[in-house]
Design a protein around this ligand. Sequence first.
Ligand code: HEM
Length: 421
Amino acid sequence: MTCPISSGIAEIHGQNEDQMMTGPRLLYGEYLRLDKILSAQRLLSAEYSNEVHDEHLFIVTHQAYELWFKQIIFELDSVRALFSFENNATYNESSNDLSANLDNGVSYVLNESKTLEILKRLNRIVLILKLLVDQVTILETMTPLDFMAFRDYLCPASGFQSLQFRLLENKLGVKQEHRVKYNQSYMRVFGRDPAAIEAIKRSEEEYSLSALVQRWLSRTPGLETDDFDFWGKYKRSVEKMLAEQEQAAHKASMEQAREYLLANVRSRQAVFETIMNESLHYALVSRGERRFSHGALQGAIMITLYRDEPRFSQPHQILMALMDIDSLITKWRYNHVIMVQRMIGSQQLGTGGSSGYQYLKSTLSDRYKVFLDLFNLSTFLIPRHMIPPLTKQMKTKLSIASNGWNANDGQDNPKNSSESS
Ligand code: HEM
């Protein structure tokens, strides 16, 4: 097999060797800048003339993480650009300049032909994150005593200062107000690095993946009230379902069972009320218990219920991939916190100055879940036989690939066409 980095390039591109002589003609190590990467393992313990074998693993592990963070951010930026990219605009793959795409008054329209590419890249992020979750176990082969032998040399360096990790969180959509208290001052750790501060500010101001996904979901075809009006139909189905459940509860012969069933129906009614009533929904958003806009939530529910329709198949897979990303980051946080407890216990401060294990444990809560509402969607599912049937028109619309998931959806069909339901 020929190697594309050396002579193979000529064969692949059909060039002759003369042409190749004028090119850069890089060898493997030069192309990959291995001189830089492989000389970047500086053992502090060795510099203090007390070399600790495991410090090498500690450094390589962190560097590997940072490289993968870089790749995730690269994919994430491209996915955000694809989400923000206007139907007819020319997407400049090399720039991924999201601010340019969004700030120039571009309407937030996703060209559906891009959904496959989005899905591919999101799934790539998922696979990388799986690797990162598993990678923690390699570092766990280091014993706490071995770590103790070089830990003091590291101070005040800490993963808390990982710029890429913060960028990753912000670009996904972690909001400042949802972070735990100690973390709120994380900007201070970059005080000496204006470029890092600038990058963080930019990542906070730009549209996050969550914001872009919400815009996309709120335009789900079928939500238009003057057309299929999914939400109106869904609401009626929910009311019918709850009424039937209440009737069935009243019929229970044993009093204890009846009370239990009635209490269950009432609590379900209250939960459904929080999505039917927009102001109740936004009250939960302001308390940090929900993230999505009301329109986005409607779109997500619709896609989930009709995921078997061809046009909703990829969007549904995108929703699953977004949940996978959230789950895997939570799993990483969990594996990291368990490793930290094993290495330094639960009472020592971190080298970055936090309460260490206690601080990290508090980051495991739902507040860091960007796609929290997708996880909670199952609360709002209704049995298959109660899902509002699609109209003929809607069935056709969802059965074919379309040019765009756009503002015209719902208006491109004559209003007087027959409905099957
Ligand atoms: C022996 C192994 C490790 C220990 C004992 C450890 C310890 C800690 C501690 C105590 C913190 C809290 C901040 C502080 O006060 O320092 C922290 C944060 C962090 N560490 Fe580690 N860590 C280890 C390995 C890693 C690895 C391999 C990574 C991979 C990049 C990593 C990434 C992070 C990140 C991103 C944070 C910030 C988390 C947040 O604020 O939500 N750590 N680590």
